[in-house]
Design a binder for this molecule. Structure first.
Ligand code: SF4
Length: 64
């Protein structure tokens, strides 16, 4: 599984980082990016889907 943040859609709500700090990094303004190459370890796949479903800007994409 891979996770991606669309920087054009992200509004820096920080919600993804609060839910899954293992998968996201945030800058000083709260804008998020995926950690590393975006690979999601198997045990974090449910969390990845949760962040996608909770991003108010629909900025997170999860690809199986
Ligand atoms: S929840 Fe969505 S809009 Fe908010 S920081 Fe994360 S990716 Fe950006």
């Amino acid at each position: 599984m891979q996770i991606r943040v669309d920087p054009d859609k992200c509004q820096g709500h920080n919600r993804c980082y609060m839910l899954a700090p293992e998968l996201f990094d945030v800058d000083d303004y709260g804008y998020a990016s995926h950690i590393g190459d975006g690979d999601v370890p198997g045990e974090l796949e449910d969390k990845a889907r949760l962040t996608r479903d909770n991003c108010p800007e629909h900025a997170i994409t999860v690809v199986d």
